[in-house]
Design a protein around this ligand. Sequence first.
Ligand code: SF4
Ligand code: SF4
Length: 165
Amino acid sequence: MRLRIAISSCTYICNSPLLNDIGIIGRIRPLRIPGLCTGCGTCVEYCKQHAIALKNGVSVLDESKCVQCGVCIHSCPYHLLKSEYDHYQITVGGRRGASPAAGRELVTVETAEEVVEVVDRIVYWVYRSAWSGRPLADQMDEIGYAKFREEIQKEFGPKPSEEKQ
Ligand code: SF4
Ligand code: SF4
């Protein structure tokens, strides 16, 4: 079986990682250093999601609109926006073609080394369990995706005490 892997360094996912057998998406949650914002509005202009607004002369983030692309972090001329939480979202079972399907979210990890380890585990699981000649997306449930996901999340996912909002 052939496996197609796509990596996107941000959440704008121009190369469509969700439509591949394995998708890896880099995400960054921004954090504003409180008390120093000049209210210049540069980050407001750069955020395509309209997740930042100026209120009372300072920038305010609406977390519900933020897609964690990290663009604003590099936009602030005063370097007041930092990365609070760099992480990677890993998906499995996406498909291109006439009947496209989005990959299912497998796990979120915090380091590149963990990404490599998880991909290694996915490849081993697929080659040990899946049938060749059929897209992975069509046989995920038959080959025990739910159990595999549970194992991976237990091993690589955030522990309850470490979970970020
Ligand atoms: S990370 Fe992206 S979506 Fe979130 S506030 Fe910054 S620019 Fe907007
Ligand atoms: S770019 Fe920086 S200084 Fe300007 S509004 Fe945004 S956080 Fe404040």
